[in-house]
Ligand binder design. Structure first.
Ligand code: ADP
Ligand code: MG
Length: 238
């Protein structure tokens, strides 16, 4: 569950084409990383996959089903941003369980789902705290936990580690890799960071000016970039 297909996906804001006919296949369970310069359209592409932004042309399909007209809440997609967007007045437990509560799930089920996600992320001891009582790294783990609780078929991460210091970035990156292994979920992950891209990805998509410049496994791109732009992004020797 969670294979993604983009066919000719295009986005225009007014007369400006920001995404220009993107075709992409992400296999079920694959870890796919988007890299590219600031402003090339990475966030816009994620937002269209999540349904937070309309597609101007083309199709987004999940597990072979076109979802262009499906509301975000019905796509079973979880998105984790660089700002954690936690509710300050709610405890960690209530932040993590909120989506299930809003969906009308029974209390026992919510408690179980939150406890399970908290166990995976070592958040057990923090469940009764409020966001202000947590470090930046802990808040990001809660945001990831909140995503897991909803058992999405697709996880979208938009530069989730960019507000963390170097040591926490490494720790959280390792945690995301472990989650990917444990959950077997499909993940799409935007980053600026070469090390994140090279270590996390099954497949890297290099974007440039709203188009796909090259797609490949990390070592294939590294060893055989199509051009100097890709080489520069992947850190290949030039
Ligand atoms: P990235 O995440 O790769 O840095 P974005 O997807 O945020 O890039 O933005 C891609 C381009 O689309 C940028 O030029 C940005 O200014 C433009 N853009 C994004 N959102 C909007 C919007 N709501 N209205 C107009 N232009 C937008
Ligand atoms: Mg962005």
């Amino acid at each position: 569950m969670g294979a993604l297909t983009l066919s000719g996906v295009t986005k225009s804001f007014g007369r400006t084409d920001v995404i220009k006919g993107v075709d992409l296949e992400v296999a079920d369970g694959e870890f796919c990383v988007f890299v590219g310069p600031s402003g090339c359209g990475k966030s816009t592409l994620l937002r269209m996959i999540a349904g937070l932004e309309d597609v101007t042309a083309g199709d987004v399909a999940i597990d072979g089903r076109r979802v262009n007209d499906l509301a975000p809440a019905r796509r079973r997609i979880a998105m984790v941003f660089q700002s954690y967007a936690l509710y300050p007045h709610l405890t960690v437990r209530d932040n993590m369980g909120l989506a299930l509560r809003q969906a009308g799930e029974p209390r026992d089920r919510i408690r179980q789902a939150v406890d399970k996600a908290a166990g995976m992320l070592a958040l057990g001891p923090l469940l009764d705290r409020r966001p202000a009582e947590l470090s930046g790294g802990q808040r990001q783990r809660v945001a990831i936990g909140r995503a897991i609780v909803r058992t999405p078929r697709l996880f979208l991460f938009d530069e989730p580690l960019s507000n963390l210091d170097a040591a926490l970035r490494v720790a959280t990156r390792i945690e995301i890799a472990r989650l990917h292994r444990d959950l077997g979920a499909t993940m799409i992950y935007v980053t600026h960071d070469q090390v994140e891209a090279m270590t996390l990805a099954d497949k890297i998509v290099v974007l440039r000016g709203g188009r796909v410049e090259q797609v490949g496994a990390p070592m294939d791109l590294y060893n055989d970039p199509d051009n100097t732009f890709v080489a520069g992004f992947i850190g290949s020797p030039q």
